[in-house]
Design a protein. Sequence first.
Length: 219
Amino acid sequence: MASPDKYGGGGSGLTAVRGKFITFEGAEGCGKSTHAALLSAHLAGQGAAVRLIREPGGVVISEKVRALLLDKKNVAMNKECETLLYMAARAQLVEEVIIPELNKGTILICDRFLDSTLAYQGYGCGVSVDIIKSVGFFATKGIRPDLTFFLDLDAEEGLQRRGTERDRIELRSRDYHARVRAGYHEIARAEPERVVVIDGRRPREENTATICARVDEIL
Ligand code: T5A
């Protein structure tokens, strides 16, 4: 059950759901997309109803917002605008895909979710974490992941795996990416029952085995 209870905020908008919501988080190139896809294939192989989505994006409106967010030309975008655009993309995805799929009982795997905003805009850019939690509660209708895998890897290392092309966020300084990583550790320390820290430097096959075993446990 993806529980609509935390992330601060409060108030109305709670939605009862019954699927499982699993998210992948971490720095650039840490292996999230790779492991999200491998987990999806593992579950599909067991006959589960599973769907894989990404943030920002996943539906037409949110993909348009993604293009704005990652466009290198948008150097003037301030941190408040950036935070709200990530939330806007998320709100649309929650409404169009996340809630309907969880209500159908689907196992939903999402490449990034609200923890990314806490890490990148909160710990990275200095936007108030409390404000992000409140606006996040509004954008997500209180939906939170059942389980989150934080693939821990230095962003420099991750970016090297990925070739030379860089988007607006990836072009930020080494210090910025170090704050993001430290932010993820803070989030993991605060919610150890939800967030599983995985060493992103380990061989892919070992991490796949750890991730699939952990998910099999909760299903
Ligand atoms: N963002 C996002 C915010 O600032 N706030 C938010 O709220 C949200 C939601 C999204 C950007 O937006 C920011 C974060 C991002 O900067 P994106 O293009 O989706 O942009 O960027 P990423 O999510 O970082 O996606 P990447 O593709 O860059 O990284 P992944 O998915 O972590 O990495 P992956 O799986 O593609 O792997 C990269 C390479 O490493 C290899 C893979 O084969 C691949 O070649 N690899 C491994 N190599 C060695 N060992 C392993 N264990 C490996 N695992 C994978």
